[in-house]
Design a protein around this ligand. Structure first.
Ligand code: FEO
Length: 397
């Protein structure tokens, strides 16, 4: 995709990664690909904010070349070390070796440990500004959004916030702005990014949002380094982040289970009937057949979780085990959960699930429900009632 003017003399010069399907190793399934957004500001000092993945360095350089000779770049703002935004620096800096880089102290250290380059780097802190001519850039340290080195860059003359990973989405599109794309898909990808990457950093994000609100910086455009640029639905984007970062939920239950011969699945379906009849929104997933990234996204606004597994070797099955280990790392707060499952003789899955649920900081709402072998009519009725009882707990908030 060619360079796109986003404001007067400011251009998107990034890359669209249509075929990216796995991000962060295999921890995040990017079914709609991703973008690496890089912004070129043409002022007295020609400035690039963030770069792209190394495999798209050629596209970045070609896009810059459509606007200016890359050799004329004076400044490079590195908001983040992670290689999806920094990978192209070695190739780019061959063309503009005298460009001065700006970033946090941790960014300087991190780039050095990635690329071992002899680059001109100036460390900046929150409140520091650089003058580009007609515009200034102001820096806001944003440690742990999403690495210790992370930083936001703000241009007061344009009321433009460039917050790198924050407000981004893994979403490959030919459109660049929120008013040009399907808002439902955009919000789905926005929530997916938050749930699968930023959720454990919620307390830091809540504080940063408050800091930005208190500082009273007017924002007319949020240009993240992944996905769509926000210029119409800025309030919607900030409100969504505010709610997620405060772990706000709704009366919704996600049932996630793994089943060996179908008995645990029968229990899950009966519980879902009880919950649905009680008026709750329910999502039900066999974790062995549905992608984890999608399930985690649905868990972001759900108050209640029901986790099920058949017993195998006195433990839960391995896919639900991996799923719960991932969820524990996301540090969900203000949630309630229960465990259930079928066993043959000794049992063990329900206890194993309950242990990891407690370690994850999720409240166990009621004792787990186990059934030997295949549930009979009475046991299925008990599963239905169990769902209804859980619904009351979820509704109580
Ligand atoms: Fe998009 Fe934390 O890198």
């Amino acid at each position: 995709m060619s360079a796109v003017k986003i404001l007067s003399n400011i251009y998107w010069v990034g890359a669209i990664d249509w075929n990216m399907r796995h991000f962060h190793g295999h921890t995040y399934t990017t079914k709609r690909g991703t973008t690496y957004n890089s912004y070129l500001i043409v002022d007295d000092k020609i400035t690039l904010v963030d770069a792209v993945h190394a495999s798209f360095a050629k596209e970045l350089i070609e896009n810059i070349r459509q606007v200016v000779d890359p050799g004329k770049i004076d400044y490079i703002v590195a908001n983040h070390v992670e290689t999806d935004h920094s990978g192209a620096y070695p190739e780019l800096l061959k063309l503009c070796p005298k460009a001065k880089m700006f970033g946090t102290q941790k960014c300087k250290e991190g780039l050095q440990k990635h690329y071992y380059g002899n680059w001109d780097f100036q460390v900046v802190k929150t409140g520091d500004k650089i003058n580009l001519g007609k515009r200034t850039l102001q820096f806001i340290e944003a440690a742990m959004i999403h690495w210790p080195d992370s930083m936001f860059t703000y241009c007061p003359e344009e009321q433009l916030l460039m917050p790198n990973d924050a407000f981004g989405q893994h979403y490959a599109t030919s459109e660049r702005f929120d008013d040009e794309t399907d808002p439902a898909v955009l919000m789905e990808e926005d929530a997916k990014y938050y749930a699968n990457i930023l959720w454990p950093l919620s307390s830091v994000i809540a504080r940063k949002l408050e800091e930005i609100k208190t500082s009273g910086l007017p924002i007319k455009m949020i240009a993240p380094s992944h996905g769509i640029i926000w210029r119409r639905d800025i309030k919607k984007a900030i409100d969504a982040y505010t709610g997620w970062s405060q772990n706000k939920t709704k009366p919704k239950v996600v049932i996630a289970y793994e089943t060996m011969w179908g008995a645990t699945e029968k229990m899950a379906y009966k519980m879902s009937q009880g919950l649905t009849d009680a008026g709750l929104e329910v999502k039900l997933y066999d974790v062995a057949v549905t992608d984890r990234t999608e399930i985690i996204t649905q868990m972001l606004d759900a108050k209640g979780y029901l986790f099920g597994s058949s017993t195998h070797d006195n433990d839960m099955l391995t896919i639900i085990g991996g799923f719960l280990a991932f969820l524990k790392g996301l540090k969900p707060r203000n949630r309630v959960a229960c465990a259930f499952g079928s066993y043959g003789w000794a049992g063990g899955a329900v206890k194993a699930i309950e242990e990891i649920v407690k370690e994850a900081g999720i409240t166990l709402a009621q004792p787990g429900l186990s059934v030997q072998y295949v549930p009979d009519e009475n046991e299925l009725k008990r599963c239905y009632e169990y769902g209804k009882e859980f619904a009351k707990i979820v509704k109580a908030g």
